[in-house]
Design a protein around this ligand. Structure first.
Ligand code: KG4
Ligand code: ZN
Length: 350
């Protein structure tokens, strides 16, 4: 079965072809980053219009790259939500119109399910069950994943998502939009320990997280530097040191919560997904993760156990069509007839 996947929930138009027997055949992506950069954030109306412009050429490019034609498509999967309403509608309309014209089914896909199944696109695939750490611009969640479609929310950020905190902090450090990845690169040049920021909710007994206070701590540090230097410009090394300290704080919280989720569930496989999954420090820290279960009453504490950690290939960390085509292929059983294409801008996965 050949599934065409369409992603248009925010500022990336992604189109891909996934063959249930042969795997991913092609994927095409257009990012609107440059278009939104001059406004310092995503402008929803511009995003929708650009998706409309890109969907047909990207689909044709994907078909050509895979050596396929429209007639070969067996089903069309699209991101139904969550995301920007207008942007979602562009993809939903295209997917439904194409499926209707071809007489094939449409498969509505939850954007976060796309992210959390994306590590299954790698050659080395995790086995169920696993804990998924979903860290994107809109979400920071820990999920217990027992099978395709069997998800339990274990905990999430009570305020800003991790990626959102990266972007907002980058903005207040004067980095161009979208600053998350840039901040992470500058953190490589920062001196560890030159600044220390709080680790919000690190020791809370649950799996909830909070990142908005961290951004305020950075703002306070920046203001202090400005007062001390008497200039609005932050010296380059100081800015890099702040980036380093910010990233270290976020990564420490994410790693500790992931560890707790593994202990709580008893699972020993962790899957990291979403844009922040591209972060080098997160990959470094989680790459060597182990968990040590507590001692049973009166007994000795058992030794630490190694955790198997899976990251999606970098190109599938941020929004893309491949993860939607793949999730669609996994859901072929629960297809919906073409037509009636509601979108779900707000849609919890579990
Ligand atoms: O998953 P994604 O492409 O879109 C959403 O569904 O939100 O994630 C985008 C987010 C942005 O907030 C971006 O700043 C962040 O992922 N991001 C990073 C890195 N690369 C992208 N955050 C930290 N370090 C990175 N290297
Ligand atoms: Zn996403």
């Amino acid at each position: 079965m050949l599934v065409l996947g369409i992603e248009s929930s925010c500022d990336e138009t992604g189109v891909a072809l996934y063959d249930s027997a042969r795997g991913l055949l092609a994927h095409e992506l257009h990012t609107q980053m440059a278009m939104h950069a001059e406004y310092g954030g995503v402008v929803p109306e511009l995003a929708s219009r650009d998706h409309i412009r890109r969907l047909v050429p990207l689909t044709e490019a994907a078909l050509q790259a895979a050596g396929k034609s429209y007639a070969d498509i067996d089903a069309v999967a699209f991101t139904q939500g969550p995301g920007l309403g207008g942007a979602l509608l562009a993809g939903a309309s295209f997917a439904n119109a194409l499926a209707f014209a071809l007489g094939k089914p449409v498969i509505p896909v939850h954007h976060l399910e796309g992210h959390l199944l994306s590590p299954l696109l790698a050659d080395e695939r995790p086995e169920f069950p696993f804990v998924a750490l979903l860290v994107s611009g809109g979400h920071s969640q820990l999920m217990a994943v027992r099978d395709v479609g069997d998800y339990t929310l274990l905990g999430e950020s009570v305020d800003d998502a991790a990626g959102e905190a990266f972007d907002k902090t980058a903005k207040l450090l004067g980095l161009p939009y979208p600053g998350g990845a840039k901040l992470s690169e500058l953190a490589r040049l920062g001196t560890p320990g030159a600044f220390v920021f709080p680790r919000p909710m690190l020791h809370s007994p649950d799996l909830q997280m909070s990142f908005s206070g961290l951004k305020t701590a950075v703002l306070t540090a920046v203001q202090k530097v400005r007062d001390e230097t008497g200039s609005d410009n932050i010296p380059e090394q100081t800015r890099n040191d702040i980036c380093r300290a910010f990233q270290d704080a976020v990564v420490e919280v994410l790693a500790a919560k992931a560890q707790k989720a593994l202990l709580d569930t008893g699972f020993r496989t962790l899957v990291v997904a979403g844009g922040v999954g591209a972060n080098w420090k997160l990959r470094e820290v989680l790459g060597g993760l182990s968990v040590r279960p507590p001692a049973a009453k009166g007994g000795k504490r058992p030794p630490a156990e190694q955790v198997q950690v899976f990251f999606p290939p970098l190109e599938y960390c941020t929004d893309n069509g491949a993860m939607i085509a793949f999730a669609g292929a996994m859901h072929l059983q629960s297809v919906q007839k073409a037509g009636g294409f509601g979108v779900k801008p707000r849609w919890p996965l579990a």
